[in-house]
Design a protein around this ligand. Structure first.
Ligand code: LMR
Length: 396
């Protein structure tokens, strides 16, 4: 039967990792997949994660199943992290949720739940959005549309066009927002924008679906959850897909969560039973290890403080690189790159043509996504000059 299948092209992001690995050039630079890298170019295991693993190995007594929702402790702690301890949705007990295999697992489980609850709804995603959003959500059989987001001229948010488009989204549809650190553009709405967005969503009866994959890597854990909290204040229903790949460096352990805010606390058990069933009929239940580490860290005051410090260091390194790149790229190419400094998270578009992206890869061994998205964290003191020289050569 497999003769009916056609070979597919490599994944737009993951394919770059394989191509980079096979490139023999010593000076090659990987600015592709979104993983944090330190000054040495490594993606280290956080010290707090290592400590949590030690505690886990010392205290774990069983490998029995944990059930479709994952552990109650994990779900409660990540809710507190995203909504803040005092948010009304927590006090009012209006949240159902599941621990998931990564943020992707959360996004897909959310889409499957939406399919059960409102099969004809459309999910509106920003233009552009993360390359895997449409395949991941669309594979659940949901219709996807886009709303304008990024302004190629200003390299910022196309606020007017976005708000005008959202004001026309049919009632009952869902709108996917990046909670912070927009992937791929690095352009985030400001407080006033979030307030406008929330007003439109609440007035039109649109359900926000928030992808929170980079909390803590933009400005701070609380600042990066501002949009989500504003939306949760204004809208009666909401879904949040969160990932702990980046902020805990737990990429391969696949740790995420889907939290669902319901209109009333009376609806929570019904929604919980449905999302448990979605999980049970997809992969039965999530893996335990990575989420257990997050639970240990968030549940221990001293470890929590130490983790926030490690997260601060990652973020400060990225934001420091943004300053360096904005200044040095301008000096090297004679073009304006000040937008890099204003953007947040791991990614920015360099704003160069697909031909220039190809030349950087072919001639210089510098790998980035075809849209010219770079992972800022891939730059370090050892490769900066070569990166600048290469950009100067290709861009001038
Ligand atoms: C990225 O955008 O590079 C990351 O989110 C990793 C991925 O799975 O694509």
């Amino acid at each position: 039967m497999f003769e009916t299948l056609e070979a597919l092209s490599p994944d737009a992001i993951l394919g770059l990792t394989a191509a980079f690995r096979d490139d023999p050039r010593a000076q090659k630079i990987d600015l592709g997949v979104g993983v944090y890298r330190d000054e040495q170019g490594n993606t280290p295991i956080l010290k707090t994660v290592t400590e949590a693993e030690k505690r886990r190995f010392a205290t774990e007594t069983t490998k029995t199943y944990i059930g479709p929702p994952g552990t109650p402790g994990f779900n409660a702690l990540v809710r507190k992290l995203m909504f803040g301890g005092n948010h009304a949705v927590l006090k009012d007990k209006r949240v159902a949720g599941v621990q998931t295999p990564g943020g992707c697992g959360a996004l897909r489980m959310g889409a499957e739940l939406i399919k059960r609850a409102r099969p004809d709804a459309t999910i509106w995603v920003s233009d552009p959005t993360w390359a895997n959003h449409v395949p991941l959500l669309g594979s659940a059989g949901i219709k996807i549309e886009t709303y304008p987001y990024y302004d190629k001229q200003t390299r910022g948010l196309n606020t007017e066009a976005m708000l005008a488009a959202l004001a026309k989204v049919p009632s009952g549809d869902l709108v996917l927002f990046h909670g912070c650190c927009h992937n791929p553009s690095g352009v985030d709405p400001q407080r006033a924008d979030w307030q406008e967005i929330a007003k439109i969503c609440s007035e039109r009866g649109l359900t926000p679906y928030i992808d929170l994959a980079y909390q803590g890597l933009g400005d701070s854990l609380d600042d990066d959850a501002m949009g989500l909290r504003i939306m949760a204040d204004a809208c009666p229903e909401l879904l949040v897909a969160s990932s702990y790949s980046k902020n805990f460096g737990l990429y391969r352990e696949r740790v995420g969560a889907l939290q669902i805010v319901t209109k009333t606390s009376a609806e929570v058990s019904k929604v919980q039973s449905q999302i448990d069933s979605v999980v049970r009929t997809s992969y039965s239940m999530p893996p335990a290890h990575g989420a257990a580490l997050v639970e240990i860290i968030l549940g221990d005051e001293a470890l929590n403080v130490a983790w926030v410090k490690e997260l601060d260091e990652m973020r400060e390194r990225i934001n420091g690189l943004r300053d360096v790149l904005a200044e040095r790229l301008a000096a090297a190419t004679g073009q304006d790159f000040s937008f890099i400094q204003k953007q947040r998270g791991m990614f920015s578009f360099l704003g160069i043509s697909p031909e220039q992206v190809t030349r950087l890869q072919k001639e210089c061994g510098i790998y980035m996504v075809g849209s010219s998205r770079i992972n800022v964290a891939g730059i370090n003191n050892a490769n900066l000059e070569y990166f600048l020289e290469s950009c100067a050569r290709v861009l001038k």
